[in-house]
Ligand binder design. Structure first.
Ligand code: COA
Ligand code: ZN
Length: 303
């Protein structure tokens, strides 16, 4: 069976936009449940301004807890600038992700920089991270549509992905930040990217705003993408991108992939336990499209 690699971004993308703020201990428990389910890579937190994203203000406290409790789990952390890298390194980060949006306005709204400055800052941050021996990822956000500027030109996405590739990013994460992509667009855009960038360095980050995320993941699989971001329970969304709903649910992606002959190494039962925990912590019902069916299967098995 061919393997696909999933990074669960619930601890960062999932929690950054929640009205209920989890403390570091609860975040640690969430990561422990994910690891127990077989997830080998997470996006743990972000070293951003606590004024911009108060939910991530405890990053420097959380990361050492995670590294200590789960030394084998890959824990990437999002950093928007050199100050974020410095803070992440001081807290023991081993992998960082920079976030570059493919439009002028989205960069301004998200990180208060224009596109050119954001590109340069991302390159500098990657270079410094490599000097420190860290693994790196680079997001190209709003790679399909921008909530402020409409459809993002594909040439711009290709140009920025190339720059991140040349800057040595270990993984280039093409993000459908507002969840507006369709399988046709995914095929076209990821296909074009795959011609230019080694497939094992490309990854896709999907949101499920229009209910297309699983279909989009399948379209990405068909053009050879094997690295995915997903979020357990489908939680997620960017506070600076109006209209963005949650990420593709990890349990939906795992179900789709395993039923289609791909190995994920992740247990659906373990994910259900994680959804139950997140639901209780966030005090609202969670779960992707398959959650009702998955719960029913578990009940049948246990009865
Ligand atoms: N972590 C913590 N604090 C930071 C920081 C970082 N990475 N970068 C800057 N700051 C602090 C500065 O030290 C300064 O603090 P002070 O007011 O106490 O002196 C303050 O933030 C303003 O600094 P400045 O460089 O002018 O930043 P800004 O106001 O232009 O904001 C970002 C830029 C990138 C820090 C901010 O927009 C941000 O954190 N965005 C996060 C976006 C995000 O997480 N989006 C969701 C995920 S894609
Ligand atoms: Zn996202």
């Amino acid at each position: 069976m061919e393997h696909i690699h999933i990074t669960d971004v619930a601890p960062r993308d999932g929690l950054q936009n929640q009205p209920v703020h989890l403390d570091a201990q609860a975040k640690l428990q969430l990561a422990q449940l994910l690891a127990k389910a077989g997830v080998r890579s997470i996006e743990a937190t972000s070293f951003v301004s606590p004024k911009a994203v108060p939910q991530m203000a405890d990053a420097a406290e959380l990361l050492p807890l995670l590294r200590h409790a789960l030394p084998d789990l890959r824990t990437s952390v999002l950093v928007p600038n050199l100050k974020g890298l410095e803070r992440a390194h001081a807290a023991g980060a081993t992998e960082i992700a920079v976030v570059l949006s493919a439009t002028e306005t989205m960069n301004r709204k998200n990180i208060n920089m224009g596109l050119d400055q954001a590109t340069e800052v991302s390159e500098q941050t990657l270079a410094e991270a490599h000097k420190l021996g860290l693994r790196t990822r680079a997001y190209v956000a709003v790679a399909f549509d921008c909530p402020f500027e409409g459809e993002t030109p594909l040439d711009e996405v290709l140009r920025l992905a190339h720059r991140m590739h040349r800057a040595g990013a270990g993984e280039i994460v093409i993000a459908d930040t507002i969840g507006s992509a369709s399988p046709g667009m995914v095929k076209q855009r990821m296909g074009a990217l795959a011609e230019a960038i080694a497939l094992d360095r490309l990854s896709i980050h999907l949101h499920d705003t229009r209910g297309m995320a699983v279909a989009n993941a399948w379209a990405a699989l068909e053009v050879g993408i094997r690295r995915f971001d997903a979020s357990v329970g489908g939680i997620g969304g960017c506070p600076f991108a109006p209209g963005a709903a949650g990420n593709v649910a990890t349990e939906d992606l795992v179900l789709m992939a395993e039923r289609s002959g791909f190995a994920t190494g992740i247990s659906l039962d373990g994910l259900l336990d994680t959804v139950d925990f997140a639901q209780q912590q966030l005090q609202r019902p969670l779960g992707g499209r398959a959650i009702t069916w998955l719960r029913r299967q578990r009940e049948k098995k246990n009865s």
